[in-house]
Design a protein around this ligand. Structure first.
Ligand SMILES: [Zn+2]
Length: 260
């Protein structure tokens, strides 16, 4: 699904274009090279590959897979996608261990315990090829992408800032969603203190497009959604969590009905 001059949605639960356990996966068209932002859990790789090809892209031009954070729903397809492309897999340095050693990942273990994965499924471990630090720039063809470490949802959460023609976009992973909702979790690595501190890094970006890891994306006025998130984290009242209201993602009945 083409959503702007240089961005395509190629994987997503909510838009029904890949597996119901996939996050939103975006393809960034840099002309001579392509980037994929997040890969889904791994069960929708065939759909993602087909969606990329359906837009006429050559998979051999896919040189970068940028992971927003090391939760398996965002990187689990990386190993398989790398086999079908020339991509190197990038993640913030704090996420590298989680992608390589899934036995210790509390999120994966809880998803297995609560039967959110199909029976017998385990994400394929995937040590990244490259690691990022806060402020790093990555060049994908004719597009420069800047990594902004925005801790809170996890210790390794990165937002990726880029220019798309005369628009400015931000891939936010699970940091900020539509309406300024936040990725609050009861999980190791999450920190309200980190969130309060780092959300301010997003205050002056002047983005048009807000491209989150789940649900609705915005093609204009994206900064307003960042502002609401910053305002929420400036008050003492507990903000809304995106996940509480995202019943499609977490409701077991939905998965049983829709995954087959
Ligand atoms: Zn997450």
């Amino acid at each position: 699904m083409r959503i702007s001059e240089h961005v395509y949605l190629v994987g997503s639960e909510q838009f029904g274009i890949s597996h119901p356990l996939d996050c939103s996966c975006y393809l960034l068209d840099g002309g001579s090279a392509l980037g994929l932002i997040d890969t889904g859990l791994g069960l929708g790789v065939d759909d993602i590959l087909a969606n990329i090809k359906a837009h006429g892209f050559d998979l051999q031009k896919l040189t970068h897979i940028l992971i927003t954070h090391a939760h398996a729903g965002h990187w689990g397809g990386a190993l398989e996608l790398r086999k079908h492309s020339n991509a190197q897999i990038w993640v913030h340095e704090f996420g590298a261990d989680a992608m390589a050693n899934i036995a210790d990942d509390p999120g994966i273990q809880l998803n297995i315990k609560f039967r959110r994965y199909p029976a017998g499924f385990i994400p394929s471990p995937c040590p990244p090829d490259r690691t990022l630090s806060d402020g790093d720039s990555i060049t994908i063809g004719n597009i420069d992408v800047r990594a902004i470490l925005t801790q809170g949802h996890t210790k390794d959460s990165v937002c990726y800032l880029f220019n798309d023609g005369n628009k400015r976009g931000l891939f936010t992973g699970d940091v900020v969603f539509y309406g300024g909702k936040l990725g609050l979790l009861n999980l190791e690595g999450f920190s309200m203190e980190d969130y309060r501190r780092d959300i301010r890094k997003l205050a002056e970006l002047k983005i048009d497009m807000l491209l989150p890891g789940h649900g609705v994306f915005m093609l204009s006025r994206g900064q307003n959604h960042l502002k609401r998130a910053i305002d929420k984290l400036s008050d003492f009242i507990m903000p809304e969590t995106f996940f509480e209201t995202n019943e499609l993602m977490w409701d077991k009945d939905y998965l049983r009905l829709m995954s087959d």
